[in-house]
Design a protein. Structure first.
Length: 265
């Protein structure tokens, strides 16, 4: 006799300042991922726009705002641009290892340097080593860490220059959090390279999607996500392809793409 199915209980967070759009207020709906069915629940919630953080699945539930949009890359159809091909070639010498979800001092030091360089005022800036260990290790689902290192020498591992915490879901890979050496000489574009590597990994594993989390049109810090095509966005009627006009409008709004008169917004 099988145990009866239990519907998850959902909760709503207290409203707080939006980290992406000035003057906006954010609120999230969330549920716990526990028990033997945690992986199945995470898969199902991921397909309707939820993200995982430790043992919790959450998604934005903001009053009067729907700017945060879930996006995913169609891994099997993806073809890198000329710029992306050059970046992949430039970083092809990196040694890549798939590791169990266990935090290390080396990873934490890389994370601290990354946050200091890229997000000094962000919500993760005050993380300590225990917070990082919780982020990596408190996973009730199939997770792992991928490490990117400089070439080894004299039998010793190369320097760690990138890492990414990944969930393997039934229909794809979900990039939970990635970080890298933002000051590495000759290694520009490491963040993009990590995403490209996982698109290849998903396609090789016959997984159709790579989930990149939330995209906010017009937010400069989010625009890198729409550079991986083809891509789908989640809307009221389900997943649909992000079209070229929608992408270009967002890039112009963020200042990443020149306006028709040659200026940037």
């Amino acid at each position: 006799m099988t145990a009866p199915f239990r519907f998850p209980r959902f909760f709503v967070t207290t409203p707080s300042a939006c980290p992406y759009l000035p003057g906006r207020i954010e609120r999230k709906v969330f549920t716990e991922l526990t028990g033997p069915a945690a992986g199945e629940l995470n898969d199902a919630l991921g397909r309707i726009g939820f993200r995982r953080s430790q043992g919790v699945a959450y998604r934005p539930s903001c009053l009067d705002c729907s700017a945060c949009v879930s996006v995913r890359v169609l891994a099997k159809e993806f073809a890198p641009s000329a710029t992306q091909k050059r970046l992949m070639k430039r970083n092809a010498d990196l040694e890549v290892s798939v590791c169990r979800p266990w935090s290390t001092e080396e990873q934490f030091e890389l994370l601290r340097n990354y946050l200091s360089a890229r997000h000094p005022e962000g919500g993760m800036a005050d993380m300590d080593d225990l917070d990082y260990a919780d982020m990596v290790e408190l996973s009730p689902v199939d997770s792992y860490v991928v490490e990117y290192r400089e070439p080894s020498a004299a039998g010793r591992p190369g320097r760690l220059v990138g890492a990414c915490l990944i969930d393997r879901q039934g229909d794809g890979l979900s990039l939970i959090y990635s970080f890298f050496d933002a000051t590495a000489t000759g290694r520009s574009g490491l963040g993009t390279f990590i995403i490209l590597d996982h698109i290849q990994r998903a396609a090789a594993a016959d997984l159709p999607h790579v989930y990149l989390g939330y995209w906010v049109a017009g937010s400069k810090r989010m625009e890198y996500k729409v550079r991986f095509r083809p891509m789908e966005r989640l809307g009221p009627t389900g997943w649909r392809r992000l079209d070229d006009e929608e992408r270009a409008t967002s890039l112009m709004a963020s200042g990443e793409l020149g306006a028709p008169n040659g200026k940037k917004f």
